[in-house]
Structure formats: structure tokens, C-alpha cells
Design a protein around this ligand. Structure first.
Ligand code: 5RP
Length: 261
């Protein structure tokens, strides 16, 4: 089965698996959304089933909630959990200061609320998500459906005054109709190419009426676990400045044991 995994999928898988080791018994854990986060949720499900790990999971989307339940994780709402020990989530881009673009899966609103309500956020990503400057990935912005075209115009006007390279804004579609988020909103994708000042952009966007939240995660992420296509995993910690690298199959472990029949 592992032969069928592309290098990118392998990278996501090993990063997710390594990050799941940070989850300890009794923790309240924010569960991210996307294909990398899904590997992490499955891994936590295994630990619940096989090792008796007891955790409460707060999902960041209906898709993650469904998967978490399927794999046997106890799912609670953020309000039931109150505060979280740790959130593990994917990202579309991360820079050297661990600032992120998120929302490629349209779940940025719940993802940002959940990550902000956590003692620690760990991002899991394949190495291709690392950038020097954010912005090549279109920045998702969640807007309410009412007057979304006016909101788009206001965003375009704001972009003209900011340090970005591109200013085109598109409505994310799901076939013929606008993509609808879990909060019944729309997503505008901002094709900025390069974001000179992410902190300023995030603040300006959230001042515009109709904008619910933007996909820039500034000063939220503490650690990044980066997977590589050959199974190597790199662990970077922003707070203590450390970088560790695990080689594939260190300690004789078969990283893919759960995937082989
Ligand atoms: C969803 C997200 C995802 O974390 C991001 O899009 C990365 O997804 P993937 O792990 O599938 O590459 O922000 O809103």
C-alpha cells in the first residue's frame, strides 16, 4: 500500500504521525482540517483504540468531526472543552517566523478560533509548504454572503494601498455555485503573489464590514513538523529555536506499519 503513496502524501503522513506523539493522556486537543490533519486524526484514533489514550477532540470542521467520530475519538465542542492543551493542524504556507496561510479547505474560521484557544499550536506540513514570504498561495478570506460583491470591492480598494504584488480577488466556487463554509459563509481568494506585511494586511482585512476572518495566522503557531518525501521529519520549535530531524525508520520502527496489510 505504501508503494502507492506519492512523495507528498508520504511527507504529510510522516509529519502527522510524528506530531501525534505530542498528544498525551487526558489532553483536550484541537483537530485540524485537511488531508494532513486527517492523517493525524487517524493516528490519534489508533492510539485511542490500541493504547487506551483518553483525549477529548475539538474538530475544526464537520468533515473532521465525522472522521474523528469514525476513528473513535471523543468529540466535544470548543465551549464544552473551554480551553485546549494543543491544536494540530495543516497549513497552506508557513514562513520562517511560523506565520501561516490557512483556509485552503475553507475551514479557516473554526481553525483560527480553535488554535487561538490552545496553549500550543503545532503545524504539520510537507516541505513544499515552506516559503520565504507568504502570498504565492491565494489568501482565503471568509465573508458573509450578504453584499459579498461590495465586500470584494472594499477588499480590492484596501489592497491597492497595501504592500502586495497582486490585487485580484475571486469567489471560491463549488461547481456552479459559491462554496459555502461550515458557518454558511463564502470564501474570497486573494491572489496577492507576495505579502510584504502580513500583520498589517490581517488587521486591515478584519476591519472591512462583511469580512468574518482572514486566513493569516500570525503569532499563533509554536512548532512546525515538516515531512519529506523520503520519510524524514523535521521538528522546528519557535520558542526554543531548536531543530531536530528524525530519519525514516529510526529505532527499527516501520513508519508505515499501520498501512501495510
Ligand atoms: C483547511 C486548511 C488546511 O490545513 C490546509 O488547506 C492544508 O491542507 P492539506 O493538509 O490538505 O494540504 O487550512 O482550511
Amino acid at each position: 500500500m505504501t508503494e502507492e503513496m506519492s512523495p507528498i502524501e508520504t511527507a504529510k503522513y510522516v509529519a502527522a504521525r510524528r506530531a501525534a506523539e505530542f498528544v498525551q493522556d487526558g489532553m483536550r486537543v484541537g483537530l485540524g482540517t485537511g488531508s494532513t490533519a486527517a492523517w493525524m486524526v487517524r493516528r490519534l484514533g489508533e492510539r485511542v483504540r490500541d493504547d487506551g489514550l483518553r483525549i477529548k477532540g475539538v474538530p475544526t470542521s464537520t468533515a473532521t468531526a465525522q472522521l474523528a467520530r469514525e476513528v473513535g475519538i471523543e468529540v466535544v465542542s470548543l465551549d464544552q472543552a473551554g480551553w485546549l492543551d494543543l491544536t494540530i493542524d495543516g497549513a497552506d504556507e508557513f514562513d520562517g517566523e511560523f506565520n501561516l496561510i490557512k483556509g485552503g479547505g475553507a475551514a479557516l474560521l473554526q481553525e483560527k478560533i480553535v488554535a487561538t484557544a490552545s496553549d500550543q499550536m503545532i503545524v504539520i506540513a510537507d516541505a513544499g509548504k515552506e516559503v520565504e514570504t507568504l502570498g504565492a498561495f491565494p489568501l482565503p478570506v471568509e465573508v458573509i454572503p450578504f453584499g459579498w460583491q461590495t465586500t470584494r470591492t472594499l477588499i480590492e480598494e484596501a489592497l491597492d494601498t497595501l504592500d502586495v504584488l497582486g490585487t485580484s480577488v475571486t469567489l471560491r466556487m463549488n461547481g456552479e455555485v459559491p462554496r459555502v463554509t461550515d458557518e454558511s459563509n463564502h470564501i474570497l481568494d486573494l491572489h496577492l503573489k507576495r505579502i510584504g506585511n502580513a500583520r498589517q494586511l490581517a488587521l486591515v482585512l478584519n476591519q472591512i464590514p462583511g469580512v468574518v476572518e482572514n486566513g493569516l495566522f500570525i503569532d499563533i503557531c509554536d512548532k512546525v513538523v515538516i515531512g519529506h518525501g523520503d520519510g524524514r521529519v523535521e521538528l522546528r520549535d519557535l520558542n526554543d529555536g531548536t531543530v531536530e530531524t528524525d530519519q525514516p525508520g529510526e529505532n527499527g520502527e516501520n513508519l508505515f506499519s499501520d498501512l501495510t496489510d
